[in-house]
Write a protein that binds this ligand. Sequence first.
Ligand SMILES: [Zn+2]
Ligand SMILES: [Zn+2]
Ligand SMILES: [Zn+2]
Length: 360
Amino acid sequence: MTEQDAGIREIRINPIVPTESVLIATARSMRPKQTEEGYQADKREHVETCPFCRGNEDRTPPAIVTHPDNKDWEMRIVENLFPVLADTDSQPNFTFGLQQTIDGYGRHEVVIDHNQHGIAVHEMSVEHLGQLFVMYQQRITKLYESDDRLRYVLLFKNYGPAAGGSIPHTHSQIIAMPVVPQNVEAEVTNSHEYYQKQHHCIFCTLIDEALSYEATIYDKRSGEVRRKINVGQYVVERGEHFVAIKPFASRYEWEVHILPLEHLADFPSANPDHLVDFARVLKNTMTRLDKVIGGVQYNFFLHSLPHGDEYKHCSQSYHWHLEICPRTSIPTGFELGSGLLVNTITPEVAAQALREVEIE
Ligand SMILES: [Zn+2]
Ligand SMILES: [Zn+2]
Ligand SMILES: [Zn+2]
């Protein structure tokens, strides 16, 4: 086996949550990881039988938000017909000893992102996407205000069957819950520990590192190049207020995160005017992903500071962001059994491919 065939094999530690690591293994032997079939999206603009299409409003539960509020709406929020959490008073099951339950209180809503049935995020206009994120902001704020028991409002999108998307009409979901998701809790706790030691937000530090430019170190005596450092190699897309970065310890081959350049812990307090720039960075990033992977199936989810007094002291140390996780392969038994995800493309190579692809 030549050195090239052996590829890179290294375990990268997530700088924010060090207990999460990923195996970067580009060796050919790692490749026969099963890949997802290319997804043939339903591209139709209007489908007579689709409950999410215009004119079929009576087939969904009543709308919570309609924008604009008339029959030519562009986006709507409705109750989920099959909520995973709801605000009905159910009796928790009888528990014993170590078995504990929390009442499954919460809200589960569906956001119909666009009136056009099969439109993809990268095909939506910047103005539309900006307005969509302002609507998310307003809805999340309303939900937090509605009940003190809510600790987290998770916003996410499943696109394509491999990502758990079951309805073809473009949509995202909002789940308000009485507990903080474990991965968000880990990010909040670990970034606060970093802040206590370094007096600096770890996300801001990672952005600074990602935006730094190439540096070459020369040998003092011979003048020969000793080392080239290119820490700008993780940037995928840069806007005025937001940046899209390929994480150094990416769990998925084409995972990309979008973060505000200015420090801010919670998404609902982001300046709505800046969300137009966010929309542009998101649209360009999704276009790049679509060009490079083709027919991309993905999940995206928003991570923001949880609600409640116990999180207020983390506003300097936590930094909201959107994680985009394209699903290009099916997890293997090794990954499910070990919890160690295998990424077969080095993040530097993936970032370069995304950055260099032509988008007009
Ligand atoms: Zn539809
Ligand atoms: Zn920050
Ligand atoms: Zn996160």
